[in-house]
Design a binder for this molecule. Structure first.
Ligand code: UGA
Length: 452
């Protein structure tokens, strides 16, 4: 099928690339000319595993193209995916102005019937507004527009695999034609008739369930999913605090709790809290949405406030361990909001660095992918060429993102190069017994040292 993708951020680029990979003709556009320039020159503006190969391969095959002309993009596809950002406003509401602009452009430029698909995360009832905007601004062209909601459940770092092997495909539609078009778009995934570029053999099992809902339900499913994930993390973080106080071990507790299939093992990792461009903003937007609908979703407000207090807790742990923070050399391992991405938006590292700088610490940080982005935000931090350099001469080393490569470091070498062998592990990445054997002073979240 001929498909258009508007917006080439994390979601748009993965969507466009993967739709081409499963056999469609895809034309992507973006209002950011610098980003488009990179893409047209064969470079990626973001780091996401497997994406570069997909983009290159499909550009060469002529299935994936980029244009700066939104009119051309709108006229190209029978279906148009809207993948523009919906950042948070001061109020916590989602800013829908980019969606509004795109709706007007689609309405003004379309010359044939279009299926307009919301991929961006939007509050419930956006579909109705979108349909209305398309009808109003497109009234002179005589074109018909159908609207659908098709929320994405991509996680940064595993987005390509998540797209090709989703747990579920959710489509919110209000007519049969839209449903059929979406079934056709996703047929290679539901019937597993594509060559998987990620796994040598695809994960076993059948294709994903294809769930057809109303547009309102589909929009709500997205916010409900992300908010529940946030809730689980905050729950685990409170349990971790309790474990610290009472001498229990959070990993033993969550492992056993998570084996109950009604609870599940995922998203129970305690640490310095959730960040990124999705969970924090979606949680806030969902609370605001509920408020507007006259529902006080206090449960989610509490999850948010617990998350905000994680950095207080970590800074307090650092203070307990190093005493006066001012003037101390502190190393940071990890800046990205999670491993396998270069994304630092709403990362816990941002609040942590802000607090430590305000207290007068000297910081030297290392992250395998996110340093370029961090440099723009914190020019006053020094950035190391590798993890060893970040630790050298430091009075404390903080683990902020659980990159797998940090686990495999030569920790004895790190110990010998530090001014004081003190590690505060905000992500429970390392083995406490192993670190103590290596004669580190080692602290983590909810895993206190045995008292005997
Ligand atoms: C999240 C959802 O997981 C995706 O399903 C969704 O599609 C996406 O948002 C989105 O709305 O686009 P993502 O933001 O990439 O994906 O990151 P997550 O893997 O959810 O992690 C979010 C944060 O939670 C990270 O800072 C991570 O370190 C933290 N986390 C995660 C924990 O602290 N503990 C856990 O057990 C899991």
């Amino acid at each position: 099928m001929k498909l258009s993708v508007i917006g080439t951020g994390y979601v748009g680029l993965v969507t466009g690339g993967c739709l081409a990979e499963i056999g469609h003709q895809v034309l992507c556009t973006d209002s950011d000319q610098a980003k488009l320039g990179l893409l047209q020159a064969g470079q990626l503006p973001i780091y996401e595993p497997h994406l570069e190969g997909i983009v290159q391969r499909n550009r060469t095959a002529g299935r994936l193209c980029f244009t700066g002309d939104i009119g051309e993009a709108v006229r190209f596809g029978d279906a148009i995916f809207i993948c523009v950002g919906t950042p948070p406003l001061e109020t916590g509401d989602a800013d829908l102005s980019a969606i509004d602009l795109v709706a007007r452009a689609i309405a003004g430029e379309a010359r044939s019937p279009k299926l307009v698909i919301e991929k961006s995360t939007v509050p419930v009832q956006t579909g109705q507004q979108l349909q209305r905007a398309l009808s109003i601004y497109g009234r002179d062209t005589g074109t018909t527009f159908r609207v659908a909601s098709n929320p994405e459940f991509l996680r940064e770092g595993t987005a390509v695999s998540d797209f090709l092997h989703p747990d579920r495909i959710v489509v919110g539609v209000d007519d049969e034609t839209a449903e059929q078009q979406l079934r056709e778009i996703y047929r290679p995934l539901t019937e597993r008739t594509f060559n998987c570029p990620v796994h040598e053999t695809c994960p076993p099992g059948e294709g994903p369930p294809f769930l057809v809902t109303t547009i309102n339900s589909a929009e709500l499913i997205k916010h409900a999913s992300n908010s529940f994930l946030a809730l689980k993390i905050s729950y685990a973080n409170m349990l971790a605090d309790l474990c610290d106080r009472l001498g229990a071990n959070i990993e033993e507790v969550t492992r056993a709790v998570g084996l109950d299939p009604r609870i599940g093992p995922h998203f129970l990792r305690a640490g310095i809290g959730f960040g990124g461009f999705c969970l924090p903003k979606d949680l806030q937007a969902f609370v605001r949405l509920a408020e507007r609908a006259g529902v006080d979703f206090r449960l989610l407000k509490e999850a948010e406030s617990i998350n905000q207090q994680r950095i207080d807790r970590f800074v307090e742990m650092i203070r307990q361990a190093v005493w006066v923070i001012r003037g101390k050399q502190i190393g940071l391992l990890g800046l990205a909001f999670k491993p396998n991405t270069d994304d630092i938006r709403f990362a816990p590292s941002i609040e942590l660095i802000t607090r430590l700088l305000a207290e007068g610490a000297h910081l030297r940080a290392y992250d395998p992918q996110a340093m370029e982005k961090a440099r723009g935000v914190f020019p006053q931090v020094s950035y190391a060429g590798d993890a060893y350099e970040a630790a050298e001469g430091a009075e404390a080393l903080l683990i902020v993102t659980e990159w797998e490569e940090f686990r495999a470091l030569d920790w004895a070498r790190i110990r010998d190069s530090m001014a004081r062998p003190l590690v505060l592990d905000g992500r429970n990445l390392l083995d406490p017994a192993g670190m103590r054997r290596l004669r580190f002073e080692y602290f983590s979240m909810g895993r206190p040292a045995p008292s005997s």
